[in-house]
Write a protein that binds this ligand. Structure first.
Ligand code: ADE
Length: 302
């Protein structure tokens, strides 16, 4: 069968034949690339997203790319991962449609640029609920409804928040939470045959979705000098790392977070701090009361 020119993979073509995956946020950006590679490798994929119209359009496009004799199948379902009932429904509908659930890719998420001082409580909650709570709900339901009895593999997509995330502190906190959740679940669920890892893409991963979200493609160009590879990364480079972690090549890897950033998180920070003098050193007074010294300091011999 002709291989779709739109999709390439270093992995063997039928690697995920007979496997079933859920990819949240599977209609756009990194999630779409992951979905396309999973389909290319013969996987059956349920994509879920809050925005049904965008999801439908992406599903149609990827459906049309499917090779004629493939074992791959694609289904889509509207799901707001912040809503417990909708997440329960996503997992049970996937099980009804495909009969099993081998892989969960928690890619759905979102944030908006803002200094912390300008984040409303509503905005804060929205980002925490989508990125942290939504991921928790998807993990819990995949586990309780299927993986507890059958095992499975989970990959969470997080972010480069290793030195904090100035300018998007809400998502930094949420993604650091998912990093820690990954470790807890890796231990709690190991004896059920569940492996769970995270992938932390660098901010240098270019997707049209991300560029549109931040309203300005030039932020990506400004990133290039801070990337040791001196280029932007691609969504396909994230997808490859996700497929690796889902595959038996990673059968002894769990509780780990894989940074896919060409080393950028080791290199520098993009946050500029203006010159200022607002954090002065404490000025020790030479005018010390001797009685105070004696009563306060245990180092003073009595
Ligand atoms: N992608 C971004 N936000 C989402 C949400 N709340 N539910 C599902 N996918 C999403």
């Amino acid at each position: 069968a002709p291989i779709s020119p739109k999709v390439a993979s270093v992995f063997r073509p039928a690697l995920f034949k007979g496997r079933v995956a859920i990819v949240t946020g599977g209609g756009t950006g990194i999630g779409k690339a992951i979905t396309q590679e999973l389909l290319h490798l013969g996987c059956k994929v349920m994509i879920a997203s809050r925005n049904e119209e965008r999801l439908k359009a992406a599903a149609k496009l990827m459906q049309d790319q499917l090779e004629s004799n493939t074992s791959a199948e694609l289904a889509h379902m509207q799901c707001n991962i912040r809503k417990e009932e909708q997440v329960k429904d996503l997992i049970s509908s996937t099980l009804s449609r495909f009969g099993k659930l081998d892989f969960l890719v928690n890619n759905g998420g979102g944030q908006f640029p803002s200094p912390a001082s300008g984040i409303s409580l509503k905005g804060w909650h929205a980002v925490i609920e989508t990125n942290l709570t939504g991921t928790f709900l998807c993990c819990r339901e995949a586990f309780t409804q299927y993986m507890a009895d059958h095992g499975g593999v989970i990959v969470n997509i997080i972010a480069d928040m290793w030195k904090g995330f100035p300018g998007m502190s809400h998502t930094g906190a949420a993604r650091a939470g998912v990093d820690n959740l990954t470790k807890s679940l890796a231990i709690e669920w190991a004896h059920h045959g569940v492996r769970i890892n995270s992938v932390a893409p660098g901010s240098s991963i270019y997707s049209e979705t991300a560029a549109a979200n931040y309203g300005d493609a030039s932020i990506f160009e400004a990133t290039v000098p801070l990337v040791p590879a001196k280029r932007l990364g691609t969504v396909e480079e994230i997808s490859a790392s996700v497929c690796f972690l889902l595959s038996p090549a990673a059968s002894f890897i769990s509780g780990e977070t894989l940074r896919v950033d060409a080393g950028a998180s080791l290199y520098s920070t993009r946050w500029t701090i203006p010159d200022h003098n607002k954090i002065p050193a404490y000025k020790w007074s030479t005018d010390v009361d001797e009685d105070d010294m004696e009563s306060d300091s245990p180092r003073t011999p009595s």
